[in-house]
Ligand binder design. Structure first.
Ligand code: 13P
Length: 261
């Protein structure tokens, strides 16, 4: 059975003092039943690694270079992230796609670079409001997923975490409805199942204005394995509340599973 995964994406937020307070609050209070990670800005990886040593919260980055090493000024390689104890890196976040020119081919190359050193890429996919309004949600996601699959190869798809983040739900306070989320997550699960026997092992997250109040229904959906959390990951009480919702959803899954035996 897939464990729930809750990942904080701090985006370009934090400083040494605030990080210390936030990570201090998380490090002892995240429930054991839930996998939890924080994706911090590059300069704070060392600090976060130290503050999380011995804690069950794992570490991730928000982006990675497609290149392994060399004359690429300003880039950060996957090996460097691994060196600092990262387990995850986000690739293809919509903010990078829309503001920094990360197209799906580049996102695929970044995912491949991450996998080559054993990092787990958290691949973000999602449609804009205009794309949803014109009925193109699945076509857009298929395009984003196909491009990455073409680069990493079908046999590596089971090494990804996939995060469905509708662009219109990010930072707007307007999370997608449970029905909208389940419909897309099941589409993604089906897309995976057509390509890899490991489809049932892949964790698919939802991201976009998740708060403690909305997390429970979203994490309890049949194809939902947790969330990628922006603003609420910067507030310890909110992030812990979301982790608790994941724990409860996991317990419900276990109960259902036991009931089926
Ligand atoms: P918010 O939770 O702030 O909407 O951000 C979601 C997100 O982009 C996580 O990657």
């Amino acid at each position: 059975m897939r464990r729930k995964l809750v990942v904080g994406n701090w985006k370009m937020n934090g400083d040494l003092a605030r990080n210390r307070e936030l990570l201090g609050a998380l490090s002892t209070r995240v429930p054991d039943e839930v996998d939890c990670a924080v994706c911090v800005p590059f300069p704070y990886l060392a600090q976060a690694r130290e503050l999380l040593s011995g804690a069950s919260v794992t570490l991730g980055a928000q982006d990675v270079s497609e290149f392994a090493e060399g004359a690429y000024t300003g880039e950060v390689s996957a090996a460097m992230l691994a060196d600092f104890g990262c387990r995850y890196t986000i690739v293809g976040h919509s903010e990078r796609r829309s503001m920094f020119g990360d197209d799906s081919a580049l996102v695929g190359r970044k995912a491949l670079a991450a996998m080559r050193v054993g990092l787990v890429p958290i691949l973000c996919v999602g449609e804009s409001l205009e794309e949803r309004s014109s009925g193109r949600t699945e076509a857009v996601l298929r395009g984003q997923l196909d491009a990455v699959a073409g680069i990493v190869g079908a046999s590596s798809l089971s090494k990804l975490v996939i995060a469905y983040e509708p662009v219109w739900a990010i930072g707007t306070g307007q999370a997608a409805s449970a029905a909208q989320v389940q419909s897309v997550l099941s589409f993604v699960r089906g897309w995976l199942a057509d390509r890899t026997p490991g489809a049932d092992d892949v964790r698919i997250l939802y991201g976009g204005s998740v708060k403690p109040e909305s997390a429970g229904p979203l994490f309890g959906l049949p194809d939902s394995d947790g969330g990628l959390i922006g603003a609420a990951s910067l507030i310890a009480a909110q992030f812990l509340g979301i982790c608790e919702a994941a724990r409860i959803a996991w317990q419900d899954n276990v109960r259902q599973f036991e009931g089926l035996k």
